[in-house]
Design a protein around this ligand. Sequence first.
Ligand code: GUN
Length: 298
Amino acid sequence: MAVAKRIDGKAKAAELAESITRDTAALLDEYGIKPGLAVIIIGEDPASQVYVRNKKRTAEACGFNSVQHTLAEDVSQADVLQLIDELNNDGAIHGILVQLPLPDHLDEQSITQAVAPSKDVDGFHFVNIGKLTAGHTADAFVPCTPAGCMLMIEDELGRDLSGKNAVIIGRSNIVGKPMAALLLQVNATVTITHSRTKDLPKVVAGADIIIAAVGRPNMVKADWVKPGAVIIDVGINRVEKIIDGEMKMGLTGDVDFDDVSTVAGAVTPVPGGVGPMTITMLMANTLRSARLAAGLEG
Ligand code: GUN
């Protein structure tokens, strides 16, 4: 018997996008500024192409100037850096995102660090990571996935997580580490687990909040979960599953949704949970960047 609330990330993202669209229209109306988002995609990775298409569609729906640069799989490092430099110096562009993963011959670190911190709407630049880690979120860009997760956690548990145990599964720079910094900032007691963690189910069993971001389909089961826990599933795994009575390729999270729903308090579904929130947070960061550039915030 299912007891958990299904957290509707899609509906929340749509609500936020509406308010971003209104604020974008007001910015254009009052100041003549249109937020500009440039997305660079390199190569043919099919998942990346879907993500980038969704980002472009949402940016346009919000009223942004949305620019996509599609570069060949064998583009040189120098050419990528030159494009980033041009975008860094383009006054109409307020956010720059280089879709990951990159082809193997490119150096991810020097590319992500070439984006000006003031346009780093992904929050991957060391300046933004440093500010987030030090608790200076007022003028940092926070990575979009953790930022979206925090809004959903806040809806369930409020803004102060004093006394709550949060367990993060996965220590990536994109999700696990920034998630820890955000949870700490609101007083949660945070544990980051990873592939070398001993007795993972036992560690997770102590969690009031579980963030699963490992990329292992359906890994988190009901017997790992404390009754009433809030579970945020960041996993996006492509697996064969039964859809409308037929075996098809579909998306599944890192959490066994039906199983944990018998125990948890609230769970995000995949799809329809973290994914749409991530895209909307990218729009929020880009609008904020445009406002900061105009001296309207900060
Ligand atoms: N690939 C998967 N997630 C992300 C993300 O949040 N930002 C970028 N740039 N690439 C990604």
